[in-house]
Write a protein that binds this ligand. Structure first.
Ligand code: UDP
Length: 423
């Protein structure tokens, strides 16, 4: 008989990063948005979701209602401070006990465990071996691909081993693109029929084109400058070194500025590093570090800009590109994540074949010239991505949840030997 309960009880594990954390800072970005938006959509469809996190424990009430059917549950892991990613593995047993106590107190039998990122995945495996629930993993980034694509990333052996194990033991693997599906098969030998592609979405109610001149006035940007915008975390994988080198190749154009949104504040080492790099390249006077910006204000930035740049070495999806397109602003990007699907070559932006700074600069310049001449139509750019709603994403995710039972193999399910926390 096909397993199809109408109202699912879903346990989402987002241990190192909170769906209500400060977006654009070190460990809080696309994954947090994904968890928040998916949970809310599933909640609207009548399912019950508890999201478990350790991030910002002590800053909020232990349990917060995000909507009628969605709760955010803070687990301490034995401390009231955020635990750094590198120390999480040590406290997984405490997190497991706390989560179990919560579940028993609330008297809930979850149907689904959906783990986000490998650290949550390891906790999910332990829960999978204790509960009668299906376990799905979304990696968000794949360690092996990060290491291969970005010279300064160094995903640990522990991470790679566990990511491989998750590919073997989880009931389903949810990825946002065909590219990530291929990577998981190639690097982790993930069984092809376990993998479901569920693209990300965008909140079209929030991310919409605003009047460019008004947005520029609001942000105190000059009305005549060419504005190149970056939005995202300041992490090595984002390719900001290449972006600066590309931008140096644009200094022959008068009044072109690079606005950098995101980062961990004035005193962060990464910001200092970027400031020195900008100085060394003599582009510091054309650069503005705007700091992190709440999503409610981001449409002003996207609408004020002539082009959004995504110079990353690797992305799992790349939400900022979708947000920019939804706001009617073209994108120049490297060939990562969902870019080849969402950017229409020459119409809504360009996907650079590689990260050669001169080539990348030429593509930015082409867009700036187009914007100066007739201007690209924001409404046409927006409608090119109209299908990417979170409602559609959540429906596809629900299909993945419901089909997970197909992969539930008895010997894997109760194989407790493989599923214990190893130091
Ligand atoms: N973001 C934000 N404020 C910032 C920087 C980023 O709200 O200052 C959000 C942005 O809107 C997007 C997310 O953070 O939704 C970044 O997601 P993306 O997939 O582009 O990158 P990731 O963080 O997953 O690497």
């Amino acid at each position: 008989m096909k397993w199809r309960p109408t109202r699912l009880k879903i346990s989402m594990l987002s241990i190192h990063s909170s769906p209500i954390g400060d977006l654009g800072t070190r460990d809080t970005g696309g994954m947090s948005v994904y968890v928040r938006e998916m949970a809310k959509e599933l909640g609207r469809k009548g399912h019950h979701i508890d999201i478990f996190t350790q991030h910002n424990v002590g800053k909020h009430d232990p349990v917060i209602h995000l909507n009628d059917n969605v709760r955010l549950v803070h687990l301490s892991g034995g401390t009231r401070k955020n635990i750094g990613k590198s120390s999480f593995y040590e406290v997984l047993p405490q997190l497991f006990n706390e989560l179990e106590s919560f579940r028993i107190k609330e008297n809930i039998a979850y149907d689904i465990i959906h783990s986000h990122y490998w650290l949550s995945g390891v906790l999910g495996l332990k829960l999978q071996s204790s509960w009668n629930a299906y376990h799905l993993i979304t990696y968000h980034t794949i360690g092996a691909v990060k290491n291969l694509s970005c010279p300064t990333e160094n995903a640990s052996e522990l991470r790679l081993t566990n990511e491989k194990k998750l590919a073997k033991l989880c009931d389903r693997i949810v990825v946002p693109t065909q590219q990530d599906k291929e990577y998981l098969i190639r690097y982790y030998n993930a069984p092809i029929d376990k993998i479901r592609i569920v693209p990300c979405g965008v909140n079209f109610g929030l991310f919409k084109p605003l009047d460019k001149a008004s947005a520029r006035r609001y942000l105190a940007f000059s009305k005549d400058d060419g504005i190149v915008l970056y939005v995202g975390r300041y992490a090595p994988v984002k390719g900001l070194d290449h972006l600066f080198e590309a931008f140096r190749n644009l200094t022959h154009l008068p009044n072109v500025r690079l606005v950098m949104v995101g980062g961990d504040g004035q005193h962060s080492p990464m910001l200092r590093q970027l400031q020195s790099k900008a100085k060394a390249l003599h582009i510091e006077n054309r650069l503005m570090f705007a700091g992190r910006v709440d999503q409610e204000t981001l449409p002003q930035y996207y609408s004020a800009a002539d082009v959004l740049v995504v110079p990353s070495y690797y992305e799992s999806f790349g939400l900022v590109a979708l947000e920019s397109l939804a706001c009617g602003t073209p994108v120049v990007t490297t060939p990562v994540g969902a870019m080849e699907e969402i950017v229409k070559e020459g119409v809504t932006g360009y996907v650079a074949k590689d990260m050669d700074p001169q080539h990348y600069a030429r593509l930015i310049e082409t867009i700036l010239i187009k914007q100066q001449q007739n201007g690209l139509s924001p409404s046409k750019i927006r409608s090119s991505v109209a299908e990417y709603t979170w409602t559609r994403s959540a429906s596809l995710l629900l299909d993945a949840y419901r089909s997970a039972s197909v992969h539930k193999s008895e010997n894997i399910y109760k194989n407790k030997e493989e599923i214990h926390f190893v130091k």
